[in-house]
Ligand binder design. Structure first.
Ligand code: FES
Length: 278
């Protein structure tokens, strides 16, 4: 077990376990919360794709920690953001926390997205809560790339579930929204909207870098598209994590070469074309 000190684990960054305070809490939409936490260590070390593992209550229920993608950092002031939706007991307990409360947290954990060369064209494809890690990546890329080199595909079931559409619009980055019911943006799955856009033939496919996060079926589909069109595409996988530090092998993903990789420390970011979705 990691103690309250820094320690290197596997191929991850230096990680730490510590008790940190909640600085700020926002209820963005029904059941969706953003917490800003105080951790200068994690905020300095974190890279897009990394996550933190949080003990959501001081007692033993729920027993297991919960994993949350790092959603943003404020390196200057030591702030660290997570974005989450209430989906069970753990996230429900976390949603009831208030500024000033403390959380036991381990991080930053996991690998990170590849950051492309400046001549590349970037596409980010987020479905639902997949915006959580992609927003952090987007804010880093937005500093490095001209706006016409970035396109953000944002999808959800309906307009009420589209997260950050207005925030992205305000950045002036090219934003393509898609909803299953057509209540905002293009009608249909965001993956199919992405595919149609690429098939228009306006892009040099060999120069594209695609990043995606969202529900498993969406990532499976984006992986098929990446394979079909031979696109460089990285996906961030989300799964239940017991230990979160590479010890229990309870979070594995199977690759097409037959090997198993731990999502927590070998991932969560993988080349979409390498994952065996069967
Ligand atoms: Fe234990 Fe990944 S959660 S090895």
């Amino acid at each position: 077990m990691i103690q309250n000190s820094t320690k290197a684990i596997g191929n991850t960054n230096m990680i730490t376990q510590s008790s940190i305070s909640i600085l700020h809490k926002e209820n963005l939409q029904e059941g969706i919360f953003k917490l800003t936490l105080s951790s200068s260590f994690i905020s300095k070390k974190a890279k897009p794709g990394n996550f933190v593992h949080i003990k959501v209550t001081p007692n033993d229920y729920p027993l297991l920690r919960r994993a949350f993608s790092i959603h943003g950092t404020d390196k200057k002031n030591g702030g660290l953001e997570i974005l989450f939706k209430v989906v069970g007991k753990g996230t429900e307990a976390l949603s009831k926390k208030s500024p000033g409360d403390t959380l036991d947290i381990i991080g930053p954990i996991g690998n990170s997205f590849y950051l492309p060369e400046k001549n590349k064209e970037i596409m980010l494809v987020a479905g639902g809560m997949g915006i959580a890690p992609l927003w952090f990546l987007f804010t880093c890329l937005n500093h490095r790339f001209r706006q016409n080199k970035l396109t953000f595909f944002l999808g959800a079931k309906s307009k009420n579930q589209l997260i950050y559409a207005e925030k992205l619009k305000a950045t002036k980055t090219r934003l393509i929204t898609a909803t299953d019911d057509g209540s905002r943006g293009r009608k249909g799955k965001v993956t199919e909207v992405f595919l149609k856009e690429i098939k228009k033939g306006n892009y040099d496919k060999s120069n594209l870098v695609v990043y995606s996060c969202g529900p498993p079926m969406m990532l499976k589909r984006i992986s098929e598209i990446a394979k079909e069109l031979n696109l460089f595409c990285q996906v961030s996988l989300e799964t239940h994590m017991a230990c979160g530090v590479g010890a229990c092998w309870g979070c594995v993903a199977k690759l097409k070469n037959g090997s198993y990789q731990r999502v927590c420390v070998d991932g969560p970011v993988f080349d979409a074309r390498e994952i065996d979705w069967k």
